[in-house]
Design a protein around this ligand. Sequence first.
Ligand SMILES: [Zn+2]
Ligand SMILES: [Zn+2]
Length: 370
Amino acid sequence: MKTRAAVMFESPGRWEIVEVDLDPPKAQEVLVKLVATGLCHSDAHYMTGDMPVHQLPLCGGHEGAGIVEAVGPGVTSVAPGDHVVLAFIPGCGRCRMCASGRQNLCDLGAHLMAGPQLDGTYRMHHEGRDVCQMVLISTFAERTVVPEFSVVKIADDVPLETVCLLGCGVGTGWGSAVNSAEVAPGDVVIVMGIGGIGINAVQGARHAGATTIVAVDPVAFKREKAQEMGATHAFDNIGDATEFVHSITNGQGADSAIVTIGVVLGEHIAQGFDAIRKGGTVVVTGVPRFDQLSIPVNPMMLVGFQKRIQGSLYGACSPSRDIPRQVEMYRAGQLKLDELITRRYTLEQINEAYDDMFAGRNIRGVIDLV
Ligand SMILES: [Zn+2]
Ligand SMILES: [Zn+2]
């Protein structure tokens, strides 16, 4: 079948809206008619060249939700008509990491940056060329074929055009606070960088009971938004935030600092490291620029103050456990999702949508695909 999709033919570059040929699902694969997709910063790394692309063309997008239209042989967990969120990390359920409750580190993650499906063949094609699929799913398309392991069935009475954000940004930010920083009641937490991830780290810190949540972002609109979503204080630079945190903790520092900057440099991690107390945690969630190979921290401080630098992938969430749980938190009014969406776009407006992200005009942009 044919489907419209946003495809990148060169990197750095822009998205082109083209018609691609989409093969039917093979064994353990699912055809999904997408309803909406969020615009995450990770795709933008290919536009700017901050992250190298192994192979082109590539259909982007990894934060989608939709309805299953067909399933390939052997699929048992979903059926046509089911509402699903596409998780950007597949969970096989049986590898060592999945079995130990760390589905975000599933061994199938080895295929995320490759391009073809798990069997090594491609489902999307354009004028005879194979089209790579972003993290196996490619949600910048009206329809896509993905592994069964990449979809999570959800209740069918919540809006897919909103819960698409659970595929990446919400879990990544929320889990960075709840799971990776292990925020506890009474904590002082710094969130560095308020985009689609940082705003959810603010929500997560609030859920976990933090008393002081300090948002840091140079853009005034983002600082205001963070305060609407639970931040108690906001600063336009980390120096002032660190000074403030020291002033309220008798000079000790924050319990945790969560780095959710769009393009992370080693010095950002060092700034978070300097802002935390003894035994505190710096969580690194934002994607570092590919040429960042060192973190300028004082190793004596690392040991003597027993500080922790913790990487966080998808906020250490397990998609098949956490996405349905987050749907219920949304339904209960505990997790704000509608408030995260600054603007909605058509697929044709995708480059404009990313321009809005680069200019700091969006917390989260969403593309409607129906
Ligand atoms: Zn993402
Ligand atoms: Zn696994």
